[in-house]
Write a protein that binds this ligand. Structure first.
Ligand SMILES: *Cc1c(COP(=O)(O)O)cnc(C)c1O
Length: 456
């Protein structure tokens, strides 16, 4: 399979050309999913005894399969949390793949891990955490949240009194679904404070005071959000941090989406208190322009992460020998074998400089302000709340939930835009509203105007 022959050279060139075309094209299509049966009918059997040949398989990809994806970097894809990886990062993602680096241990991946750590140092510096804090790249925010929650729980259980207790964490309903999902994985309970708006220290203290004695004993951590996924809301991290300190609770900040905004001078002050966190999640594959997948978990005290995550195994001992001194990413998160997924980010940071990152994040924030202004000026629509970070929630006056769904579907079908509705808690009810999330700095005011016009 590894013998270099002319066919392989040609295919390599074809694939490279395709990749270059894809990242340099300004006219990518918005794409649309098809049912699995439809795709099967279009491409037939692809995995066979003898193989169908690279050229044929690649043509199937180009002709049918590539089109059945919805690229997140389209400038009018404002659904969920989109993405916009830099060209330099994407090109280095190819290099990362071609280099076959096992990213678990310094002994095997020193060069790659060194680069990852250079990028991580910059991210950690944005948080303002004290000397000694550091982090590691994960497959995403979910894995980062899980790694942090395991560390918190294991640290809590070092105390014999809690050894057999089932843990409890407090967060708000604005927190991301992965917090609840990962709490299930580690079998801890979640107490939800009933606010989708800013969670403050006062509400947290109130929630703690209202726990039963058993629940209070089991409470070991609080999760604040640094930019809710739905609305971009940043909890009052400073007052939450102070209460966590008083109550001796682990303070985790989930800034998977919002973390990129730590680089933006215009909003950095909104994250005050994040520097007091015990752990932080940030997803470079969201607002730090990395290709999928790239998350990050950061700890104030790396030793606690190591105590929780370091794997034992006699065949692994060699990696821990004296000759290999160095940083072993496996020791600080849930994965053993891992891609050096911070490497594309490093190359892009090194090539472009961190100022470019600041500017690109500021542009996302500016787009949200522009959208807010256009919505104010348009009699058909109104803001549900002031834009936070790069999220804008607004309603089309007079629309029912099915009108939003129909509009989303029509715009997507035409290949024009992907803007999806969401729900916003309005008193005791959940109202269906429209939502923009801006990441891509290439989105224009014209794009926003055209999307709003399509609601007329
Ligand atoms: C997206 C997101 C997550 C989950 O991250 P993945 O990378 O999708 O696993 C967690 N928390 C928040 C706040 C998010 O926005």
């Amino acid at each position: 399979m590894h013998k270099i022959d002319m066919d392989l050279v040609e295919m390599t060139l074809d694939v490279m050309k395709y990749a270059i075309d894809r990242i340099s094209s300004s006219k990518i299509k918005i794409g649309k999913p098809k049912r699995a049966e439809e795709l099967k009918a279009l491409v037939g059997e692809t995995v066979t005894d003898k193989g169908i040949g690279g050229e044929y398989a690649f043509n199937l990809w180009k002709k049918h399969l590539a089109k059945a994806n919805v690229p997140v970097d389209h400038p009018r894809n404002l659904a969920f949390v989109p993405a916009a990886p830099t060209r330099t990062a994407i090109m280095f993602d190819l290099v990362t793949s071609a280099s076959s680096i096992h990213g678990a241990y310094w002994m095997e991946g020193a060069g790659g891990i060194f680069c990852e750590n250079e990028a991580m140092s910059w991210i950690v510096s944005l948080t303002g955490l004290p000397e000694g804090a550091f982090g590691v790249f994960t497959s995403g925010g979910t894995a980062a949240n899980l790694s942090a929650m395991v560390t918190a729980r294991e640290h809590w259980r070092e105390n014999d009194i809690f050894k057999r207790e089932k843990g409890l964490i407090i967060t708000s309903i604005g927190a991301h679904s992965s917090i609840k999902a990962m709490a299930k994985v580690i079998d801890v309970d979640v107490h939800l404070v009933e606010t989708e708006d800013v969670l403050s220290g006062v509400e947290l203290q109130d929630a703690i005071d209202n726990l039963t004695a058993d629940e209070r004993k089991r409470l070991f951590a609080v999760v604040g959000t640094g930019g809710t996924t739905n609305a971009g809301i940043i909890d009052d991290l400073d007052s939450i941090a102070n209460i966590c300190k008083q109550e001796k609770l682990w303070f985790h900040v989930d800034a998977a989406y919002g973390g990129g905004a730590l680089a933006a001078d215009s909003v950095r002050h909104l994250f005050k208190g994040i520097e007091k966190a015990d752990s932080i999640t940030i997803d470079p594959h969201k607002w730090m322009f990395s290709p999928y997948d790239c998350g990050a978990v950061i700890y104030k005290d790396m030793q606690l992460a190591k105590n929780a995550h370091s794997q034992e195994g006699s065949y692994l001992d060699i990696f821990k020998d004296e000759g290999a001194h160095g940083f072993n990413p496996t020791d600080y998160q849930i994965q053993l074998t891992r891609r050096v997924r911070g490497l594309p980010l490093w190359f892009s940071l090194a090539a472009n400089g961190t100022d470019k990152y600041k500017e690109a994040v500021e542009r996302g924030l500016e787009l949200a302000q522009i959208a807010g202004r256009l919505i104010d000026e348009d009699p058909n629509v109104e803001l549900v709340r002031t834009p936070s970070l790069s999220c804008v929630l607004y309603r089309r006056i007079g629309w029912k939930p099915e009108d939003y769904t129909h509009w989303t579907y029509e715009n997507h079908k035409k290949g024009f835009a992907l803007v999806t509705p969401t729900k916003w808690k309005n008193g005791d009810d959940f109202e269906t509203v429209s939502r923009f999330c801006f990441i891509n700095p290439d989105t224009t005011e014209g794009d926003i105007r055209a999307i709003l016009d399509s609601m007329a």
